[in-house]
Design a protein around this ligand. Sequence first.
Ligand code: SER
Length: 349
Amino acid sequence: MLNRSRQILSEPLRLQCCRYLASDQKPTPPRTLITGSLGQLGLTLAKEMRSRYGRERVVCTDIRKPPKIVLQSGPYRYANILNKSGLEEILVEHRIDQVVHFSALLSAIGEQNVTLALQVNIEGFHNIIDLCKIHELKLFCPSTIGAFGPETPKNPTPDLTLQRPKTIYGVSKVYMELLGEYYHHRYGLDFRSARFPGIISATTPGGGTTDYAVQIFYDAIESGHHECFLEPNTRLPMMYISDCIQSVVQMMECPAEELTQRTYNIAAFSFTPAEIVAEVQKYVPLTVEYKVDKTRQKIASTWPEVLEDKNARKDWGWDPQYTLEKMVPYMLQKVKSQLHSEQVIKDLF
Ligand code: SER
């Protein structure tokens, strides 16, 4: 009721309605749309949000044909973020309240196709942010350690600092941060962003510089040998997927008045390839050969080693649960199940 009439209510009336809801009933859970939901994070976030807000209230979208189990788990719609009216149709038909915009080309793949990265990461974001403004939707779009560059202080990297990234991915994410802040300042858009470290999960990423930290688990289980594309001493911020998903939910649920900025660093732990190899070797035999990929090493060398996240901790209670030591046995177990019984995809629903 409140959602449907939101755009035609005057501001005072809207406030009255909110007060009524707050005093007499529980507020209605938000209806969420996730773009790029068949990527590394989307289905895990959808599972978490569906358990909190209800199955029908989270709409997954992507441009790929979904596995049957995705269709059975809740609403799924085809959505090309470059097709603004197609997106708008879905937002309106499902009466969406908030968008989590995951569609993006990552750092390494972006360097291989700059034109496509500009389309997906910039034009796609234009469509999303404009529709969120028109329909008064809350918007979460992740930023990244890739939004920093060689001039940025590396250890620790504060929220507010020099940002001169050297990849099109990084450039597009800085633009996204700034445009989101501008729309907030200019139009009151409820834009929120967290700068993600490399995310480690049994669901595989594609085209990133931190991807080795997922591949190493598959190699450890499948062959006991990993070819690492980064140098052994390359330290980067990383995070287990459960913490990453919690960060999105926590940030989206945080009352607006408690946020003192729109974009926050979030951190869990940092490690080098040599350190994760040693940790994995505590559980399974693993040999490693360093076959350094020049492009990805060059990218990694410009990124932070450790993100400072004190503002996220202070403002919205960011408190990651996983350390490297706690994560490794979980990952080995998840990857083993994935390879042996496709348990991970089942776990998602
Ligand atoms: N995981 C991303 C990448 O490596 C960083 O955000 O591109």
